[in-house]
Design a protein. Structure first.
Length: 140
């Protein structure tokens, strides 16, 4: 099958994740202890790598396993979940990171997606009204 290209939104999310991680690290280094910032760094790297892994798995499902997509994606989900759990366990037991910093880092992808949605809606709040018979309210 042909190569699946990344959408503009996916590229914005990927670049935004690295930008949000960088800004979080700068703020962390300026205002918080080193172990808190280390937690942000490690958590951010885990969440961003998890996002890339999920993206790769979804592309593979739609390219190769269209008839067996659900079992394949569920197996990959549990593998990714277990690997992430083992890595987080190792980080918490073997490195001196702050738990709250790690949680903030793990949330960076979600924070980035939220910022992108807000920015998109602030930039063009009436985009739904441009379509014929569109409503500003979500229906159905």
């Amino acid at each position: 099958m042909g190569q699946v290209t990344k959408t503009t939104l996916q590229r914005r999310i990927e670049i935004g994740c690295w930008v949000v991680l960088g800004i979080s690290l700068i703020i962390g280094l300026a205002f918080f202890p080193f172990y808190f910032t280390l937690g942000i760094l490690l958590g951010g790297l885990i969440s961003i790598l998890n996002f890339y892994w999920l993206s790769r798995d979804i592309k593979r499902v739609f390219q190769q396993y269209s008839s067996k997509a659900k079992p394949y994606i569920m197996i990959k989900f549990y593998i990714r979940f277990a690997v992430t759990g083992v890595i987080i366990f190792f980080i918490l037991t073997q490195t001196p990171v702050d738990l709250i910093g790690l949680i903030v880092g793990l949330s960076l992808v979600v924070i980035n997606i939220l910022l992108i949605v807000i920015a998109t809606n602030l930039k063009n709040p009436l985009r739904r009204l441009k379509k014929k018979n569109a409503s500003p309210f979500i229906s159905r």
